[in-house]
Write a protein that binds this ligand. Sequence first.
Ligand code: TMP
Length: 218
Amino acid sequence: MVKKSVTDLKLRGRFISIEGIEGAGKSTAIGVLCAYLESQGRTVVHTREPGGTVVGEAIRGVLLSQDLPAMHADTELLLMFAARAEHLRKVILPALNQGKWVVCDRFTDATYAYQGGGRGIPVSRIGLLEGWVQGEFRPDVTLLLDIDVATGLSRTKKRGAADRFEQETLKFFDQVRLAYLDMAVREPNRFYVIDASGSPEQINTQTIAVMESLIAGF
Ligand code: TMP
């Protein structure tokens, strides 16, 4: 049902999600991506998950807080989808229906990677919530910035205080990364994997190259 309200509009914008483990360089790539799309005449909404709405940002505060006791993996999963339900209805779908392009820093693939791969929640359970919250709505394109875990985490250490996820183990992030790469293999038409081990310039060049080919196709 969610999908119908979007895809029925011929002039709808596109939904692009950016994924990757901590330290992969999403923020830089997103800046370049948004600037490029705007230079091509697109109106861009840049948003993020968990978050993107007042309620969603409050949920994000709970999810990332180091001051709260540890939460059950199911609680974490449900909070991710609670924030997403709000985000989808209040920000993403309205923007797409106005012809805007939405660039989202993480979306449901992050749930499959972190709560599925990292925490070990069965994919089928995540799929149930995905169907319930999103119907068949999925990103048009997903850029996966791929980097080895040790390099990614060493970059985040320079940023200061770690949030609840950043304190996880190398094994956790290895599983997250593998889950992302597995999704990219299974959905090659949606995923574009960018080698994020290089310099910011190299990542930017790859990001723009992907967008150029996509814009030509849209
Ligand atoms: P960020 O720091 O990249 O904004 O992401 C916040 C954290 O939330 C990051 O560690 C990944 C995590 N996350 C999940 O575990 N599941 C999700 O569905 C999303 C969107 C993010």
